[in-house]
Every structure is written in structure tokens, then in C-alpha cells.
Design a protein around this ligand. Structure first.
Ligand code: AR6
Length: 190
């Protein structure tokens, strides 16, 4: 059984937190937790390449690579339900001072949202970037990421739907942080 989506209205926009598989999301763009070379890897990246069509997607990635940590690139979604894939590179946690890793993670999310707006996209789904193979602690990432998404939606009111799609391992952490933020906003009249 999947859990019910958790939602937060931010003006005209909506932030959702759900448990699920990013590959099957029916949105304008899904985000890939990519590496700087934009090569097919493991984790969520491997799943996205397999579902999109690995050979075609790799050719499209090669044309826009490299992508420095904290930045994002866009390709078609090929066989995916999503029209586009936004490839965002999070930090390898051990390679940076923690505060620098935080800054780079925030930057990867913001760069993805900026690309989505540039392409006029209405909906985007993110995985938990960098919290798998790249070793960014999920308890550190969840509050940082959710606050970044909320702040960005306050500022830009677009894309209209931003969804965090979390695998079983990270969903409970994001759910608890999100629920806490929801109740704080209610208390503050937000
Ligand atoms: N849907 C949603 N989330 C998923 C899925 C899925 N289908 N599969 C895994 N996750 P990772 P990173 C979660 O390792 O840490 C690749 O080789 C997973 O539980 O995929 O940014 C790339 O090519 C985890 O919490 O990405 C890079 O080289 C989260 O996705 C490198 O790994 C991210 O874990 C990037 O590492």
C-alpha cells in the first residue's frame, strides 16, 4: 500500500511528498540524480536510463555533458511518461565541508527548478538527490531540501506542482520533516 500524498499549498503552487517510483511519474519533467559526466549509473539513475531507453538517453546526455556539481541539464524523456528529464548533480558528501555540500545540494534543486521554468513546465518530480550512492545523510537533506522547495515556490509560484518522490528508505524521514513544517506554518498562519 502506498501512503497518501502529503501536500502543502504555496500561493498558486503545490508541494507534494509521496512514496513511490520516480520513473512512473506523469509529470512534465522528472529529475535524475546524475553524475557530472551524465553517464548511466546505478540507483535512481540506472532505473531512469533503463525506462527511458538507455542508448537514446545516453546520446542526448553526451550532447549536454558535463554538468558540474550543483548544476542541471535537460534532455527529452524518450520512452518515459515524463516529457523531459532534468539531470541534476548533487554533491558526493565526503568530498566537501558539510556546509559546502549543503550549498551544492540546494543549488542542484534550484537549478532544476530554474530549468523547468525556462521550459515553461507545469510539473516536476524530484528524487532525494545525493542521499544514496553519494552518501549525503538523509536526516540532513530532508529539512534543507523541503525548505529550499518552499522558498523557491514562494518566490516564483512555478512550476505549479513540485513533487518529491521518495523510495521506501527515505520516505519516512521526509514525511516527518514535512509534517512538522506543515504544522509550524499553520501555527504561524502560513
Ligand atoms: N524512485 C525514487 N527514488 C529512488 C529510486 C526510484 N526508482 N531508486 C532509488 N531511489 P542514488 P545519488 C532513491 O544513489 O546519491 C548513480 O550512479 C534512493 O533510495 O540514486 O545522487 C548516478 O549516476 C536514494 O535515496 O543517487 C551517480 O553516479 C535516492 O534515490 C550517483 O549514483 C538517490 O540515490 C548519484 O548518487
Amino acid at each position: 500500500m502506498m501512503n497518501e500524498p502529503l501536500t502543502l499549498r504555496i500561493g498558486q503552487a503545490c508541494l507534494e511528498v509521496v512514496e513511490g517510483d520516480i520513473v512512473s511519474q506523469q509529470v512534465d519533467a522528472i529529475v535524475n540524480a546524475a553524475n557530472e559526466q551524465l553517464l548511466q549509473g546505478g540507483g535512481v539513475c540506472g532505473a531512469i536510463f533503463r525506462a527511458a531507453g538507455a542508448a537514446e538517453l545516453q546520446r542526448a546526455c553526451d550532447a549536454v555533458a558535463p554538468c558540474p556539481t550543483g548544476e542541471a541539464r535537460i534532455t527529452p524523456g524518450f520512452a518515459l511518461p515524463a516529457r523531459y528529464i532534468i539531470h541534476a548533480v548533487g554533491p558526493i558528501f565526503d568530498h566537501y565541508a558539510p556546509s559546502e555540500a549543503d550549498r551544492l545540494l540546494i543549488s542542484a534543486y534550484r537549478a532544476s527548478l530554474a530549468l523547468a521554468r525556462q521550459y515553461g513546465l507545469q510539473s516536476i518530480a524530484f528524487p532525494s538527490i545525493a542521499t544514496g550512492i553519494y552518501g549525503f545523510p538523509v536526516t540532513r537533506a530532508a529539512p534543507l531540501v523541503l525548505q529550499t522547495l518552499i522558498d523557491d515556490l514562494h518566490t516564483h509560484q512555478a512550476p505549479g506542482l513540485v513533487r518529491m518522490v521518495l523510495w521506501r528508505d527515505t520516505f519516512p524521514v521526509y514525511r516527518d520533516v514535512f509534517t512538522h513544517m506543515q504544522s509550524e506554518r499553520k501555527l504561524n498562519g502560513g
